[in-house]
Design a protein around this ligand. Structure first.
Ligand SMILES: Cc1cc2nc3c(=O)[nH]c(=O)nc-3n(C[C@H](O)[C@H](O)[C@H](O)COP(=O)(O)OP(=O)(O)OC[C@H]3O[C@@H](n4cnc5c(N)ncnc54)[C@H](O)[C@@H]3O)c2cc1C
Length: 442
């Protein structure tokens, strides 16, 4: 079989075949075609498209973020999923954030901002309202200690690999050429501008680059000669932090035969984030699992009755060895303690799951993700003709980032949506608001 070789030059080179790179390439080509120009865009992917975090993502599409800038980008991103629900395998079943008192104010603020940007949601606040709201969906729910429930109507989940394939299909149809197995290993400069990318297969001349290297951001930073430490804040309180720190997102596929998440009268269950401050005890032996705030998230799986979800993220530090990336690397797997935590959390939340710990078919998996210092993505110029998109562990749903980056690089306008995601926010202290959730990525 003849494998296509990358060309000697392309007007736009996109590095990385994850959601951000593919979305950027698709939208670049689409905008170029719309303005009557040749969509001369290539994507270089060192492995296969979807080989990074995008391909193993849980696929949750939600807008439960304390940062107002996120609410806006995600509202735009969800509109892209809505434009092609079938192609993305987008199950728009809604999303419920179920939280204790300590997070009530966060939820109220999020609901208010969602209303301002037209992202349809409902908020229940206070124990009796929450009980009524939740019991309408699940009569066997444990609503004790729940003080706020946010129901996002437009959220849900999408098939991760299906989304990657669909982005690639849209990109190719718009004229993008995608080259897999081609690694970018260096850059050639003409003055301050990048004039060529050096790949494992040779040099490719270019006019501009969009890089979305995902977890491999530190290597990309190094290639550009940039400092891998960022300064947070100014003056005496300034501190230096690594640009990227790694976390293990511990997730799994779980099946309790004959028992699923379906709601009252067979209603499809929304995606759920269930956070709590009550002690969590093992459903297997009643031993205390944690007396600290905890949380699980879950959704219906692809196959009848299965539950996909996770909890207990683990900090891996800034120097984690990424390759080989994915589930075949045992260092990147969730581990069995997730199963006890997760199924006990489910049993706490829904009575139907109680006393069945021996009957679960458990398949813990998960994977490593990258976070920036304030745990939100970066979208910014890193050279006059180089645009970098850095992931922050919740980018699967953020399809609009690539679109906005494409528009910026084509010079049509500065994106007001991306303005809060510049690198300069770290130095100026304009970092994003962080919620009180037990999760590092909300
Ligand atoms: C287990 C898990 C569950 C998650 N669940 C969710 C979720 O439910 N919802 C959500 O919104 N987000 C979720 N995320 C986060 C989400 O998957 C990521 O934020 C998102 O996929 C990042 O996309 P990306 O395009 O930046 O990076 P990636 O998908 O990692 O893509 C980067 C690509 O660049 C390639 N690359 C890197 N360097 C080079 C180079 N030098 N040359 C050529 N190619 C290169 C890599 O091979 C890779 O394919 C999850 C992540 C994990 C790990």
């Amino acid at each position: 079989m003849m494998v296509d070789e990358p060309p000697a030059s392309a007007r736009f080179v996109v590095i990385g075949g994850g959601v951000h790179g593919l979305s950027a390439a698709w939208h670049l080509a689409k905008e170029l075609t719309a303005s009557g120009e040749n969509p001369n865009v290539i994507v270089l992917e060192k492995s296969q498209i979807g080989a990074g975090a995008s391909g193993i993502s849980g696929g949750i599409v939600r807008n439960f973020y304390r940062s107002e800038a996120m609410t806006e980008v995600i509202a735009e991103s969800v509109a892209i999923f809505e434009d092609d629900r079938e192609g993305f395998g987008f199950h728009q079943v809604g999303y419920l954030a179920v939280v204790p008192e300590v997070q009530r104010e966060d939820l109220e603020a999020i609901a208010e901002h969602q209303c301002e940007v037209g992202y349809e949601s409902e908020l229940a606040s206070g124990d009796s309202n929450c009980r009524e709201y939740l019991e309408w969906l699940w009569p066997d729910v444990n609503s004790e200690g729940v003080q706020a429930v946010l129901h996002e109507k437009r959220s849900g989940w999408a098939d991760a690999i299906g989304t990657i394939r669909n982005l690639a299909r849209h990109a190719r149809e718009a004229g993008v050429r995608i080259f897999e197995g081609v690694e970018v290993i260096g850059l050639g400069y003409s003055g301050a501008e990048v004039s060529e990318v050096i790949t494992s297969g040779g040099a490719i001349g270019c006019e501009a680059v969009i890089a979305a290297p995902g977890l491999w951001a530190p290597a990309w930073w190094q290639m550009q000669g940039l400092d891998p430490l960022v300064t947070i804040g100014e003056g005496d309180s300034a501190e230096q932090r690594p640009l990227t720190e790694y976390w293990l997102a511990r997730e799994g596929d779980y099946l309790l035969p004959g028992v699923g998440l379906a709601g009252n009268a067979g209603r499809a269950a929304p995606v759920v984030h269930f956070d709590h401050t009550a002690p969590l005890y093992s459903d297997r032996d009643g031993e205390l699992i944690t007396d600290q705030p905890w949380g699980i998230y879950f959704r219906m799986g692809m196959t009848g009755g299965s539950v996909v979800g996770g909890g207990l993220p683990l900090e891996m530090g800034p120097d984690f060895e990424l390759d080989p990336y994915g589930p075949e690397n045992p260092k990147q797997l969730a581990g069995d303690d997730l199963s006890e935590f997760f199924t006990s959390g489910l049993a706490f939340a829904l009575k139907r799951f109680r006393g069945a710990s021996d009957l679960w078919d458990s398949n813990p998996n998960g994977g490593v993700l990258a976070l920036t210092p304030d745990r939100y993505p970066v979208a910014d110029w890193t050279a006059p003709n180089v645009y970098s998109i850095l992931d922050a562990g919740h980018g699967f749903k953020m399809l609009a980032v690539g679109r906005e980056a494409a528009r910026e690089i084509l010079g049509s306008a500065k994106s007001s949506l991306l303005a809060p995601f510049r690198l300069s926010r770290f130095g100026s202290g304009a970092t994003h608001v962080v919620s009180k959730s037990p999760y590092p990525w909300t």
